[in-house]
Ligand binder design. Structure first.
Ligand SMILES: [Zn+2]
Length: 358
């Protein structure tokens, strides 16, 4: 390294050291100013909309600047209310008492209990279900001419709670949503893919089991290949088996699939286990009974097969074919989130019976 070069480096380092605190101070001041700036309400809208296939009542509260500091209190006694507590906020010029003709919300009130402290009181009806709300902020949208907003979504069902089952608490369960990523699996006449349905049902099944106290491991929880897009079929399937084998204390393996056939009239549900596995047979049978009852499809039975994932899993395993995606009627059912939920609940009940010896 040349002497001049080294000298230049030192000078640069010295300058940087000198400037850094200055820069930090400036940034810190800007940040502090932004935080202490008083917010002011300037917009209110309510609308019925759909989120992930569910109807919600959405309340949007607009503000003149972003970075709002807020807390939410859900009151259930005496008065059923959601209270949004907004620090460093003035009520501005929005209406102070907004009547709503909604099933779950009767009115929205704005009050200022003390200076620079605003509360939004959302009066809930008897129909409102505890916990069935989400609160979040969204950035200003110039195109839509909407300011930075605090958004409240009120759901008809408890958020994220698809129900629960008794008897799975503490148990460890592996769920394998069939296909994914580069592999769509079977495709229905209107374009519905097997990989999308297996993932949706598996996610709902996971939510139910976790809400019931079980430990759940998914071989995938997004639209992806488990091994990689360049894997051979058996590499990909072994990667799924590995997820289960590596989960500490894993007790059962459930692979979720949708059937397909060249003849669009083929229909119904069936469940599989690996021949000789008594645990697999029991699991496949109990889930089969529950699926028949909840899904209402023709029951093709409980069968044995050498499918890779059930053959190579060391724990009791089952592979489910929930319906035929190639059958137009069943494809429509499979696309319906309520139907998916029914199937997930049925599988969860089968799992609960498996552990409960029922
Ligand atoms: Zn499949």
């Amino acid at each position: 390294m040349s002497k001049i070069f080294r000298l230049r480096q030192r000078v640069l380092a010295f300058l940087a050291l000198l400037l850094l605190p200055l820069l930090c101070m400036q940034l810190g001041q800007a940040e502090a100013a932004r935080r202490s700036a008083v917010h002011e309400l300037n917009y209110f809208r309510s609308m019925e909309t759909e989120v992930d296939g569910e109807q919600v009542l959405r309340l949007e509260i607009g503000l003149n600047r972003d970075n709002l500091d807020y807390t939410v209190i859900e009151k259930q006694r005496l008065r059923r209310q959601l209270v949004l507590d907004l620090q460093e906020t003035k009520p501005g010029r929005v209406k102070k008492n907004i009547k709503l003709n909604n099933e779950f919300v009767s009115a929205v009130k704005v009050q200022e209990p003390e200076r620079r402290h605003t509360q939004i009181l959302i009066d809930l009806t008897d129909k409102y279900i505890e916990g069935a709300y989400k609160v979040y902020t969204v950035e200003a949208d110039r195109k839509e001419r909407k300011p930075y907003r605090l958004v409240v979504d009120i759901y008809k069902k408890p958020v994220g709670a698809a129900g629960s089952v008794d008897g799975v608490k503490g148990h460890s369960i592996v769920i394998d949503p069939g296909h994914g990523g580069s592999d769509s699996g079977a495709v229905g006449p209107s374009g519905l893919t097997e990989k999308a349905v297996t993932l949706a049902v598996s996610q709902q099944l996971r939510d139910i089991l976790e809400a019931s106290g079980a430990h759940v491991k998914m071989t995938r929880d997004t639209d992806k290949d488990v091994y990689g897009w360049d894997a051979t079929a058996s590499q990909e399937l072994q990667a799924r088996v590995n997820v289960g084998e590596r989960m500490p204390g894993a007790e059962i393996f459930i692979s979720v699939h949708i059937n397909a056939f060249s003849n669009p009239n083929a229909h119904g549900m069936e469940t599989y286990y690996y021949g000789g596995s008594s645990g697999g047979k029991r699991l496949a049978s109990l889930i089969n009974q529950e699926l028949q009852e909840a899904g209402g499809l023709f029951n093709r039975g409980v069968k044995t097969a050498n499918f890779y994932v059930i053959k190579h899993s060391s724990m009791p395993a089952t592979l489910l074919e929930l319906a035929f995606i190639t059958n137009p009627r069943e494809e429509r059912l499979l696309a319906d989130p309520d139907y998916q939920q029914k199937l997930a609940q049925a599988i969860a009940r089968g799992v609960a019976r498996y552990f409960g010896r029922g």
